[in-house]
Design a protein around this ligand. Structure first.
Ligand SMILES: [Zn+2]
Length: 308
């Protein structure tokens, strides 16, 4: 019998064996990249424009053949900012856009009706941009889905009636912290500080990707399709190539938001009021009372004091 197996195996070309081994489903995890706070998160170093920031990031996404990347916009930032308007036009000509409310409104400090008006106020600009894809995706500012269950349900019901989908977040390393620090360090041309920003960013990204994946396994018993939250700002184009390399090294296959959220886990709803609970996975960890695995802290203090 053993001989029969061996002789059969001998007849199968090695190349076919390799194809079979590497084609096993689940070998790579799917991940969608998204950018929030368009046209700009944080501040910029002197002489850098919003349009240039968007252009540089778009060039990287194109060069690296990243599937369509949603940019979630706050149209209030366009008031009195032709540069911001130009940045948005550039984004929409290349990538899809979604709703992040008009004024980046916090649902925890506002009534559900006020929040709904802020969603609506953002829509004329989303329509005017004529970007490819469906803009009826809402990304909650601060990922706040409601501090009371009534608010949470009210907004979810509103979104359903108005054909919106919720753009969830399942991986987040609070990249925006580096946008502010980088703008200050670049203004001072502090190369040593900028080098530290790069290493601390990549270390934090790596740690929090691992943590998100651990959370998914604890909640669902397996890995999921992930949605990554990034913010378009001063540091984005400087660090994005390295961040993309990191994701590749960790075995992620980049996909669209639609494909990532075709994972049925995104149909779930913790359905409780939560205060500043974080990502969709953080919310489930709280609701299911699962202990968060040990992980490193983000360098909040250092990022706040650097180049001040
Ligand atoms: Zn935001």
């Amino acid at each position: 019998m053993r001989r029969l197996y061996e002789s059969l195996f001998d007849r199968i070309p090695v190349s076919l064996v390799l194809v079979v081994v590497f084609a096993v489903p689940g070998y790579t995890q799917k991940l969608a990249i998204t950018f929030d706070d368009l046209p700009l998160n944080g501040t910029l170093p002197p002489g850098v424009t919003r349009a240039q920031t968007a252009k540089d990031v778009l060039a990287i996404l194109k060069k690296r053949h990243v599937p369509p990347v949603y940019g979630f916009i706050n149209a209030k930032k366009l008031e009195g900012s032709p540069d911001g308007a130009e940045a948005l036009k550039l984004w929409a000509a290349a990538e899809p856009v979604g709703n992040h409310t008009y004024s980046h409104m916090d649902l925890e400090t506002n009534a559900a009706e006020t929040f709904e008006r802020d969603i609506e106020e953002n829509e004329p600009v989303l329509e005017l941009l004529k970007a490819k894809g469906d803009w009826r995706w809402l990304r909650y500012p601060y990922l706040h889905e409601g501090d009371t269950v009534e608010k949470r349900r009210a907004i979810r019901a509103y979104l359903k009636t108005h054909n919106y989908r919720i753009a969830q977040v399942t991986l987040d390393w609070e990249d925006y912290l580096w946008n502010f620090a980088y703008a200050r360090c670049a203004a001072k041309s502090d190369q040593k500080a900028i080098a530290w920003l790069r290493t601390s960013y990549l270390q934090t990204a790596s740690d929090f990707v691992d943590l998100g994946r651990e959370q998914a396994k604890l909640i669902y018993g397996h890995e999921i399709n992930y949605v990554l939250l990034l913010h378009l700002g001063a540091f984005s184009s400087t660090i994005l190539p390295d961040a993309l390399d990191l994701l590749k090294k960790k075995g992620f296959k980049l996909v669209t938001l639609e494909e990532a959220q075709s994972d049925p886990i995104y149909d779930g709803d913790p359905d409780v009021g939560l205060h500043d609970a974080g990502t969709f996975l953080d919310q489930w960890m709280l609701v299911k009372q699962i202990k968060v695995p040990p992980h490193s802290d983000k360098p909040y203090k250092e990022l706040e004091s650097l180049c001040q």
